[in-house]
Design a protein around this ligand. Structure first.
Ligand code: 13P
Length: 283
């Protein structure tokens, strides 16, 4: 799917007040579970690949898997590069056919963030892909550097500047969510999200989906969130499913013996998230 197609999916989500989900995947099994669940629910879906995965499997293989799965699916399946901090890797992903890439330069000073996003946006747009950027910080485990006090919160003026100066398509905003399971209750700044939503018109992205209550997710969607990223609970369903099945089968098992049940566990999580975000019956 090209840039216009993906932007149209976001336009419809914004207009219809629902969100697309981006599910972090690592291999062919979780990718196929996510796409199968999306097809069951008639939901457009994004399959997100973190660049850390390229240490074990080349970008080109993910691109080929994503392309093939999208072609074989009768609902939109968008391969997305998640939290990439390297401009060159973003460009390589675009060259390989990723329809959507995220350049996360949120740990850099605003000027440098803007310059890096602009470079990727110009490159990606000329080749038919869309770009996500980030302002503020997502808390928790991750590669985004630290923060002090409440400076994880995205500043409205920074969001406005970045969007105006880069032509970026979607924007992830730090409003208190965290990657990974939360220690204690998550505290989200709906007020900041509302201010950002009033100030900029492009679709906003919520990271750190795992562990946020459904009603809070829906409130975020009402305040302009059009994409909700979900990773840890998918990985957890995958790995715990494997563990349980391995215990059941014993050491003589092959992956193909276990994977059907494991995939069902992943699909259950995916279905719940899609329904929470209102993405079902939209494709
Ligand atoms: P969780 O792992 O907390 O669900 O967050 C995923 C994410 O935001 C990926 O970008």
């Amino acid at each position: 799917m090209n840039q216009c197609g993906v932007k149209e999916l976001f336009r419809r989500a914004k207009e219809g007040c629902y969100a697309l989900n981006a599910f972090n995947c690592a291999d062919v099994w979780d990718m196929s579970a996510v796409t199968a669940a999306a097809q069951e629910l008639r939901a457009p879906v994004m399959v997100a690949i973190h660049p850390e995965n390229f240490t074990q499997l080349p970008l080109e293989i993910y691109a080929a898997l994503g392309r093939e799965m999208a072609e074989r699916s009768d609902v939109p399946v968008i391969l997305h590069l998640d939290h990439c901090q390297d401009v060159q890797v973003c460009k390589a992903a675009v060259d390989c056919g990723f329809p959507s890439v995220m350049l996360d330069a949120s740990a850099l000073p605003l000027e440098k963030n803007i310059a890096a996003v602009k470079e990727v946006a110009e490159y990606a747009h000329a080749r038919g892909s869309i770009v996500e950027a980030e302002i503020g910080r997502i808390k928790g485990v991750g590669y985004e550097g630290g923060y002090e006090g409440d400076d994880y919160l995205a500043r409205v003026a920074d969001c406005v500047r970045l969007v105006e100066e880069t032509g970026v398509d979607t924007l992830a905003v730090g409003i208190g969510t965290a990657h990974g399971y939360y220690e204690g209750e998550p505290h989200l700044s709906f007020e900041r999200l509302q201010e950002i939503h009033r100030a900029i018109s492009i679709p906003l992205v919520l990271h750190g989906g795992t562990g946020i209550a459904g009603e809070d997710v829906r409130r975020c969607i009402a305040e302009g969130i059009c994409k909700v990223n979900v990773g840890t609970c998918i990985a957890s369903a995958y790995m715990n499913g494997m563990k349980a099945e391995l215990e059941r089968f014993g050491e003589n098992a092959f992956i193909i013996d276990l994977i059907g049940t494991v995939k069902e566990g992943i699909k259950k999580e995916v279905r719940e998230w899609i329904r929470t975000c209102g993405g079902d019956k939209r494709a």
